[in-house]
Design a protein around this ligand. Structure first.
Ligand code: HPA
Length: 263
């Protein structure tokens, strides 16, 4: 028995790549060819969230000539969902036959050398929320290469060709939220080796890895973490910067996705 009950039109879809869009990044959807949209509420078994900027729609279409499923809106542990629920989209992608996932998010800067408005390729993560989608199994899944080195190489090369600059790469720390960090917490995260901090993605990455999918993770650095700048943090700022950076993401993925399915 499959976990999710699919609307008829979705049953025949065979996307090769699954993409999850973080806060403010929904604009990418406008550029998909052959777009078909499914409200999360039409997919049986999928949890539905309520956060502003997370609309809760699954888009099927084509990007750079490759079939993609794009999840606009995710559910978070800070809304009261379990880590397993927060990772549902990965199990749905797997059910649809997706082999490669691209996880995007908005994140705060912990490493003061990084710049707001830029994208950071996730090289590894810190699961500081200490929750996992794998409580019910499978157990003891290897985590030594969660974010595919091949996909990272490819995205780095595409970014260099496209923008003439290397994508920065770093460690993403998952914290529970929903409040932003204190300055002391941001200093602690840096001491622990984090470059960026956010409230999502890690449960999905753990789940996708356990299902044998290849993963690329990209953080949109929307703001300096608390204490690294004098500005107070706001959700509006996070959304605005995300929207401005969405175009860069689209250009990068449009170029990289055809190659991603070949390696
Ligand atoms: N902290 C945690 N999560 C975030 C931030 C932040 O500063 N910015 C965007 N998501």
């Amino acid at each position: 028995m499959s976990e999710f009950t699919l609307p008829t039109d979705l049953k025949s879809a065979k996307p090769a790549v699954g993409i999850v869009l973080g806060s403010g990044l929904g604009g990418l959807v406008d550029s998909l060819d052959d777009l078909r949209t499914f409200d999360y509420t039409t997919i049986g078994g999928l949890p539905v969230g309520r956060v502003e900027g997370h609309a809760g729609r699954l888009h099927l279409g084509s990007l750079g000539g490759v079939g993609v499923a794009v999840a606009q809106g995710r559910v978070h542990v800070y809304e009261g969902f379990t880590a397993r629920e927060a990772a549902s989209m990965m199990r749905l992608f797997h059910q649809l036959g997706v082999g490669t996932v691209v996880l995007t998010n908005a994140a705060g800067i912990v490493n003061a050398n990084l710049k707001p408005g830029r994208w950071m390729l996730i090289s590894d993560h810190l699961n500081l929320a200490r929750q996992t989608p794998l409580t019910g199994g499978p157990h003891f899944v290897d985590q030594s290469e969660v974010y595919s080195p091949d996909l990272r190489n490819l995205l780095r090369a595409e970014s260099l060709e496209l923008n003439g600059s290397r994508l920065v790469e770093g460690i993403y720390a998952w914290v529970n939220g929903p409040e932003y960090e204190t300055p002391a917490e941001v200093r602690m995260l840096r001491t622990l080796g984090a470059d960026a901090v956010g409230m999502s993605t890690v449960p999905e990455a753990i789940q996708a890895r356990a299902l044998g999918m290849r993963i690329a993770g990209l953080s949109c650095l929307t703001n300096y973490g608390a204490g690294l700048s004098t500005n107070p943090l706001s959700h509006e700022e996070v959304m605005d910067v995300g929207q401005a950076a969405a175009k860069q993401l689209f250009a990068l993925l449009e170029n990289a996705i055809p190659a991603m399915v070949e390696i």
